[in-house]
Ligand binder design. Structure first.
Ligand code: ADP
Ligand code: MG
Length: 565
């Protein structure tokens, strides 16, 4: 060993290690999924790099991961021949958490173990899950294409620091050696490992192999069979298989692999398209919003493959921002293998794939809304506010997006957002030709707004909105099903046939009768207002402020004011 150094873990890693032991203990076998998943990622990365430099295979192109049990030493080794890590990689990747916003995440933990445990699963623990079952972890790694003496050994007992040293390693790739805790001997059992691999790693695209020891033949000195590595998983990438033969469980496991989410997905859609464009997509809707959904730097997008070869993670070009919660895989036969983010940026095929994937997600959501309203409501609770960005971002699909929106409404007298525009239209009064809504600061403010008085009297339903994004949404959604959407806080309600002749006359008369009062109000308020009018839209409140149909709404004004404008 040469050049040995000790490093401290990043604070957030220490917190993670601390929490993990308590929170994931009931599901401790997940460590194997994480480590095999990392091995498969390392194989993917090597395969990609070798596209331009086949020498990196070092005459060993059979990518695989092997599990080696040593009962005497009480160790389990997960060994891959993937891309490998340099000394700097090891310090960086196995000592910190690279995701942006990590600090915020940990600062927001409550200290309540039960609650925080929930969150930690969502965060994804990756490599560090090794410490659930091991009290010491040794990683020996050598990068593909480097000489044997350029290897690194990383080691830690998981209590605040780790060491790195220069060592020698013949084969490329990474060995993760778990020194199992006294009470984790179950992971030294061949059958136990097989069952965990079957459960978690069947869909991993490289073989997962276990050593099969030679079997002694009865009464003879020579063994009947020689020892050999035996493949225990199916090792075909899940999305390449036919949807008919894939079990629900397999889809769920694959989701956990691509999403780094410990929860099950809410829904998915698996499609192979042939013809003009050739691609396979497997798209998932998560059950829960990620903790960093509102973080601008949040990584999102699909895992991109070209002709089965992994190209990149987080290819965000294939999903619009308002669908950034979608996870999954896209495998294209049309993109070139040497495609880069730059090429993707401005590419006709990218644009077509994005269009197709967007449609796919919208129709998956539409189907969910129709088939399983309860499930859809769950989706809406998690992602509704993101979907509301849709009409502004994706003009072409705005009608389809609009169908997916859900609102609270005067019809239900509840703050639950369950009413669709389609429901609203079906309940419209005779003579009503517009869809009415109100945006306020809160549900209570919306529901009790004086602006609703007249419509309530006429029995006309009004959609109630109070989320920050609603103003933005409604600015970009002016029509649905050929009907105009009208804010009830704006001057002209465009009541049309709902307006009765009598009240119009009354209003005219009242205007005449109160001409003096109106003049006095106008001169008292001066430039504070544009106009003062007599109105019959109030039934209980004496006066209310409204905005011009073309002017800024009062909510927007508040937003601008808050922004210092
Ligand atoms: P993630 O897989 O989500 O990136 P992990 O905690 O599982 O997070 O792994 C952290 C990083 O460590 C990986 O991104 C990778 O760079 C590196 N790493 C882990 N295991 C391996 C491995 N077997 N071979 C090469 N690199 C690895
Ligand atoms: Mg990982």
């Amino acid at each position: 060993t040469v050049h040995m150094e000790t490093h401290g873990f990043q604070t957030e890693v220490k917190q993670l290690l601390n929490l993990m032991a308590h929170s994931l203990y009931s599901n401790k076998e997940v460590f194997l999924r994480e480590l095999i998943s990392n091995a498969a990622d390392a194989a993917d990365k090597l395969r990609f790099k070798a596209l331009s430099d086949a020498n990196l295979y070092e005459n060993d192109g059979q990518l695989r991961v092997r599990l080696l049990i040593d009962k005497d030493q009480r160790t389990l080794t997960i060994s891959d021949n993937g891309i490998g890590m340099t000394r700097d990689d090891a310090i960086q990747h196995l000592g910190t958490i690279a995701r942006s916003g990590t600090k915020d995440f940990f600062q927001n933990l409550s200290g309540d173990q039960a609650k925080d445990s929930q969150l930690i699963g969502q965060f994804g623990v990756g490599f560090y899950s090794a410490f659930i079952v091991a009290d010491k972890v040794t990683v020996i790694s050598r990068v593909a294409g480097e000489t044997a003496d350029r290897a690194v050994r990383w080691e830690s007992t998981g209590d605040g620091s780790f060491t790195v040293a220069d060592v020698t390693k013949e084969g490329r790739g990474t060995d993760v050696i778990l020194h199992l805790r006294e009470d984790e001997k179950e992971f030294l059992d061949d059958w136990r490992l097989r069952s965990v691999i079957g459960k978690y790693s069947d869909h991993i695209s490289i073989p997962v192999e276990l050593w099969k020891a030679p079997e002694a033949a009865e009464g003879e000195d020579k063994p009947a069979t020689e020892g050999a590595w035996e493949q225990v998983n199916r090792a075909t990438a899940l999305w390449t298989r036919s949807a008919k033969e894939i079990k629900e469980e397999e889809y769920k496991e694959f989701y956990k692999h691509v999403s780094h989410d410990y929860d099950e997905p809410l829904s998915w859609s698996h499609n192979r398209v042939e013809g003009n464009m050739e691609y396979t997509s497997l798209l998932y809707i998560p059950a829960r919003a990620p903790w960093d959904m509102w973080n601008r730097e949040q990584k999102h997008g699909l895992k991109l493959y070209v002709q089965r070869v992994f190209i990149m993670d987080d290819a965000e070009q294939f999903m619009p921002t308002y669908l950034r919660f979608v996870k999954g895989v896209l495998d294209s036969n049309d993109l070139p293998l040497n495609v880069s983010r730059e090429i993707l940026q401005d590419n006709k095929i990218t644009a077509q794939l994005r269009k197709a994937c967007t449609k796919r997600v919208l129709s998956m959501l539409d189907k969910m809304a129709k088939d399983d309203a309860e499930k859809y409501q769950k989706f809406w609770g998690e992602f509704g506010n993101v979907l509301k960005e849709g009409p502004a971002e994706d003009y072409a699909n705005r009608e389809d997006i609009a169908k997916l929106l859900r609102f609270a409404s005067t019809h239900n007298d509840s703050n639950a957002q369950t009413v669709s525009l389609t429901d609203y239209v079906a309940r419209m009064k005779e003579g009503q030709s517009k869809i009415y809504y109100i945006i306020a600061d809160s549900y209570a403010a919306a529901k009790n707004s004086p602006h609703l008085e007249l419509l309530r009297k006429k029995g006309v339903e009004v959609l109630l909105m109070w989320e920050r994004i609603d103003e933005w949404l409604m600015n970009h959604l002016s029509e649905f099903d050929g009907k105009k959407l009208i804010s009830v806080s704006c001057g002209d309600l465009e009541l049309g046939d709902l307006e009765d002749e009598e009240s119009r006359k009354q209003q005219e008369e009242a205007t005449k009768a109160n001409a003096g009062l109106i003049d006095r109000l106008k001169s008292a308020l001066g430039s504070e207002v544009q106009d003062v009018r007599v109105s019959h839209r109030l039934t209980e409140t004496p006066v209310c402020a409204v905005t011009d149909a073309h002017g800024m709404s009062s909510q927007m004004m508040k937003l601008m004011k808050a922004a210092g404008q």
